[in-house]
Design a protein around this ligand. Structure first.
Ligand code: PLP
Length: 361
């Protein structure tokens, strides 16, 4: 226990959220996106709780190999394909799927001698403007891959840039571009991330690729009031290690980042940016102390931060503090910090102990 910092990961909630994704896109197969260490929740534990997914998606070979080592036999898609030709043999022998997004990859792939043919996801850039081939090249590339005996199957994919904005017409334009580019090609298709899955049924296609929603986080930036019925998976907690009583005008923390507007109690919580809590969290960032809502005061330090205890009279040293999760959506904390939940979840540091709970096990 010592400092009291821990990330509690609720694997039952994770499976519940997978069910929400399935129910929202019942006609599609589902590729669970577990890149970046399962969005910071622990790759193996997350994937092992999501065995009913039809496939997994990761960002690189190392992540895929960790899943194979954990005994998972599912299809695994490398979302950025391979980073150099040296990876290709391992990719083939571990039966991983590659995304092909660039000419340099195609050249290496066509020259490689592989132990067995691969499934290739041809990535089309329909407007994300990051990775992928221009829509006008898809038909030719498809024929070229089809003629290649190192390819066992071709699938088509694209990625949405603005699906979290329900008012934007950009998603519809990307869909139209994708459909036109892929017209007539005999291949399975995948378009939707979490936001596409929840807000744009027209993009469900053969495979959906939810990430953030599996972790219980709404992909929408327009507020958590109309949240989908997701349950938070990670709850980040710590404890109060001191309660101080300061006078009006007293500064709190480094550089006096907060000045007490009146005589007031201030709590010190054992968590800081050394644990991955964002240092740029401003005064007013929400936090729960013994289940009661209050906010941060002063600058976040490496190992500690301070909270406003005005009106929280029953609070004692060692009381639990929730930084985000159950009772305090990470969306709200991210919004206060001017960032997105994805970043907060991914950034916990190695000194935070993880506690996996599984109600159904
Ligand atoms: C990360 C990622 C996803 C999942 O996105 P979420 O917004 O987390 O649902 C889907 N597809 C690709 C290509 C990705 O890189």
């Amino acid at each position: 226990m010592s400092r009291g910092v821990r990330a509690v990961v609720d694997l039952t909630a994770l499976r519940h959220n997978l069910g929400v994704a399935r129910a929202a896109a019942p006609a599609s197969r589902l590729m669970a996106v577990v890149k970046a260490d399962g969005y910071g929740h622990g790759l193996r534990q997350v994937a092992s709780a999501l065995l009913s997914a039809d496939a997994f998606a990761v960002s690189c070979l190392e992540e895929a190999l960790a899943l194979r080592e954990a005994g998972l036999l599912h299809p695994i898609v490398l979302l950025e394909g391979f980073f150099d030709g040296a990876e290709l043999r391992a990719i083939a022998s571990h039966r991983l799927d590659i995304v092909l997004h660039a000419d340099w990859q195609l050249q290496i792939f066509e020259r490689a001698r592989l132990p067995r043919p691969l499934r290739v996801w041809l990535k089309v850039d329909t407007g994300m403007h990051r990775l992928g081939f221009a829509p006008g090249r898809v038909q030719t590339l498809f024929e070229r891959l089809r003629a290649n005996r190192a390819v066992s199957e071709i699938r088509l994919m694209t990625h949405l840039a603005c699906a979290d904005d329900r008012d934007s017409t950009y998603t519809e334009r990307q869909l139209a571009t994708f459909q036109a580019a892929c017209e007539g090609l005999p291949a399975e298709r995948s378009i939707a991330n979490s936001a596409g899955l929840l807000a744009w049924p027209a993009v469900h296609a053969d495979w959906v690729r939810p990430g953030i929603m599996l972790y219980g986080v709404s992909p929408f930036t327009d507020g958590w009031s109309e949240r989908p019925p997701l349950r938070p998976v990670m709850t980040l907690t710590s404890r109060l290690i001191a309660i101080q009583h300061y006078r009006r005008g007293d500064p709190v923390g480094y550089a006096g980042g907060f000045v007490c507007p009146e005589d007031m109690p201030v709590g010190v919580v054992a968590i800081g940016y050394g644990d991955g809590y964002p240092r740029h969290a401003p005064n007013g960032t929400p936090v729960l102390v013994a289940g009661q809502r209050t906010s941060i005061v002063g600058r976040v330090s490496m190992d500690m931060l301070c909270v406003d205890l005005r009106g929280l009279d029953q609070v004692r040293v060692h009381d639990p503090v929730t930084l985000w999760g159950e009772g305090l959506p990470v969306e709200e904390v991210a919004s206060a910090c001017g960032t997105i939940p994805y970043e907060l979840l991914c950034k916990l540091t190695r000194r935070v102990p993880f506690d996996y709970r599984d109600g159904e096990a």
